[in-house]
Write a protein that binds this ligand. Structure first.
Ligand SMILES: NC(=O)c1ccc[n+]([C@@H]2O[C@H](COP(=O)([O-])OP(=O)(O)OC[C@H]3O[C@@H](n4cnc5c(N)ncnc54)[C@H](OP(=O)(O)O)[C@@H]3O)[C@@H](O)[C@H]2O)c1
Length: 239
């Protein structure tokens, strides 16, 4: 897809990977609607990236907020080419010591939020396909934790394995509607994620701009071609 003049939604755009996805999209001429809960952080991102970044405060755990946010985007824009389902968090700990709210926040953000946003864009992308022969592209950010289990990550692993299953099913459901679906599986990446999770980052994480560059490669793939899954790992993770 040529991203010039395209319209994208990036969730989790107030921090980390979401900022880098937004930056790379804007660099290629896209308008980006950036969703997150922190209005102040989104305003800082807009100061840096400029007016092509349109901040929208939205808690993805709230069905009504998600519906209203996408309705506002549809009011403003007559097309929507890209959705990057990126927002997410980790809360780790032994299974018998994991508070229910930690389980719920990961399922509700990492998995249910992906469902809520995806169902908002599929009808628009389907009608774009009817008009132009191409619907759009949905990129889901899972994690290597969506492929491999780790001790003390039961909830995070379960949510990201869920994103994998959701993505594979969605890909087969909508590819004939001209909608591409890609699931990314990054390894440790240098963002705020580890601070939120309250764990130490690995010694040699991926750079978020490199993950964003891979996402742009995926989005810019030629017509009648899409990359359905990408696993990204740091070389020498222990430095
Ligand atoms: N960093 C890693 O090592 C790594 C590796 C593999 C996969 N990932 C995945 O990459 C994605 C991005 O994470 P990151 O590394 O960039 O971490 P980050 O810097 O902590 O960013 C997380 C983003 O998610 C948003 N978010 C969290 N809860 C939300 C909610 N309820 N509603 C809306 N937005 C919400 C946060 O914004 P607000 O707090 O402002 O709402 C923030 O913008 C996540 O899905 C994560 O699981 C990360």
């Amino acid at each position: 897809m040529d991203l010039t003049d395209s319209v994208a939604v990036v969730t989790g755009a107030s921090s980390g990977l979401g900022i880098h996805f937004s930056d790379a999209l804007i660099d290629r001429g896209a308008t980006v609607y950036g969703l997150a809960r922190s209005a102040d952080k989104l305003a800082d991102v807009q100061d840096t990236l400029g007016d092509a970044f349109c901040p929208l405060t939205c808690d993805l755990r709230d069905e009504t907020e998600v519906e209203n946010t996408f309705a506002a985007i549809r009011d403003e824009s007559d097309r929507l080419d890209v959705l990057i389902n990126n927002a997410g968090l980790g809360q780790f700990g032994p299974v018998d010591d994991l508070p229910l709210e930690d389980w719920d926040v990961q399922m509700d953000t990492n998995l249910r939020g992906v469902f809520l946003c995806t169902r908002e864009v599929v009808p628009t992308m389907r009608s774009q396909n009817d008009e132009t022969g191409f619907g759009g592209h949905i990129v889901n950010v899972a994690s290597i934790a969506g492929l491999l289990g780790n001790p003390n990550l039961t909830a995070y692993n379960a949510s990201k394995f869920g994103v994998r299953g959701f993505s594979d099913s969605l890909m087969k459901e909508v590819r004939d509607d001209g909608i591409r679906v890609t699931c990314l599986y990054p390894g440790s990446t240098d963002t705020n994620f580890f601070e939120v999770a309250d764990v130490e980052m690995t010694d040699n994480p991926l750079a978020p701009e490199d993950v964003a560059a891979t996402a742009m490669h995926v989005l810019e793939s030629p017509a009648n071609h899409f990359i359905s899954e990408v696993v990204l790992r740091p070389l020498r993770p222990r430095g």
